[in-house]
Design a protein around this ligand. Structure first.
Ligand code: NCD
Ligand code: ZN
Ligand code: ZN
Length: 345
């Protein structure tokens, strides 16, 4: 049985939600990861340092006893973000980064930014103070095909923004395309990208495997096989600009299996195992620690975790569903199947 020991990993893109949902999902991430970048797309969104501080406290109350875990908070940018509050929150250690959701691009993005030009003073302040900009990188115009929205964002929005603000540091979140990976590489001195397990494991055929598969639906949507191959090369190739970010995005089962189903894959219970499967298939287990535990902290200017964890190639059965305190049930990645790797001990 193969095993792998590496520094405790971090997850640079998670959705914890709030209240009972948060109580259910936080322990999965907290047990597997040392830190996580927590997305601010709540209703209402986390738009001020005071809201982020309160949200962080609510998350910490859900961390199981004896588990060491640090949530890193993110400011949800709107057309009305106050640069002074963002900068003060960053300097006070409350905010680690700020998130650009193009308005209506994804779950709870109605309050997002209508155009990058509108928030130029905020972006200038971020460049000046070294506050990373995290992006949901898709254009939202109805006339752009959904499979082209990321490539168009890279070309039409991010490329020009990087040229306009040479000091701005940017993470392209959950990249799904060759074009996304290429833009990040071209600006590797100040750019990073997170890559999810589902975009490494599946191509768009998985959405229609024997019928419509709502639990495979997330945004950006799964792409063609050639893009999946490009992402696998990016993740496992040892390049420091690519790092682990699951985009674990829980929605209740009945809201995904619906007439207008929610976007998001809930991967927290199996995330490390899913990534390990990819690295094992590629014959690149030796590159796993860089992707999972070193590249992310280096981008954010944080120390790598000191603690080591060991995973074994020992299959573990994954529950069909996870109950959320009377409010509904969650279906995770690999639900009803076996996860190929498990935490040792
Ligand atoms: C995320 C969510 O549910 O909050 N959904 C998703 O499909 N990825 C939002 C996001 O990360 O875009
Ligand atoms: Zn997103
Ligand atoms: Zn997300």
């Amino acid at each position: 049985m193969r095993s792998l020991t590496f520094r405790r990993p971090d997850d640079w893109h998670v959705h914890f939600r709030d209240s009972v949902m948060m109580k259910t999902v936080v322990p999965y991430t907290a047990r597997a990861f040392g830190r996580a970048i927590v997305m601010p797309n709540l209703t209402p969104p986390v738009t001020t340092a005071a809201m982020a501080q309160a949200y962080r406290a609510r998350i910490m109350a859900c961390v199981p006893d004896g588990v060491s875990f640090q949530p890193l908070m993110v400011c949800y940018l709107t057309d009305h973000t106050d640069p002074a509050d963002l900068v003060a929150g960053f300097k006070a250690g409350i905010f680690t980064a700020a998130k650009l959701y193009p308005a209506h691009a994804t779950t709870n993005s109605a309050h997002g930014v209508t155009s990058v030009d509108t928030i130029m003073p905020v972006l200038e302040a971020m460049a000046e103070h070294g506050i990373p900009l995290l992006t949901h990188g898709e254009v939202t115009r109805a006339d752009v095909d959904i499979f082209d929205r990321e490539a168009r964002f890279a070309e039409e929005v991010l490329g020009p923004l990087l040229a306009r603000l040479p000091g701005l540091r940017v993470v392209m979140e959950h990249i799904t395309t060759q074009e996304g990976a290429s833009l990040v590489r071209a600006h590797r001195d100040r750019m990073g990208a997170t890559i999810t397990p589902q975009h490494l494991l599946y191509n768009r055929n998985a959405l229609f495997q024997g019928g419509l598969r709502p639990h495979m639906y997330c945004l950006p949507v799964l792409k063609r096989e050639r893009h999946r191959q490009a992402l696998r090369q990016a993740a496992t190739g040892g390049e420091s600009c690519f790092f682990l970010g699951t985009d674990t995005a829980p929605h209740m089962r009945h809201l995904k299996e619906a007439d207008c189903g929610c976007a998001g894959v809930f991967s927290a219970p199996v995330a490390v195992a899913a990534y390990l499967q990819v690295f094992a298939e590629e014959g690149k287990l030796e590159a796993f620690e860089a992707f999972a535990s070193l590249n992310g902290p280096a981008f954010y200017g944080l120390p790598a975790n000191e603690e080591r964890v060991t995973y074994e190639e020992r299959p573990a059965r994954i529950a069909q569903e996870i109950e959320v305190d009377g409010a509904g049930r969650l279906v995770s990645l690999f639900s009803g199947e076996a996860a190929p790797w498990s935490l040792a001990g």
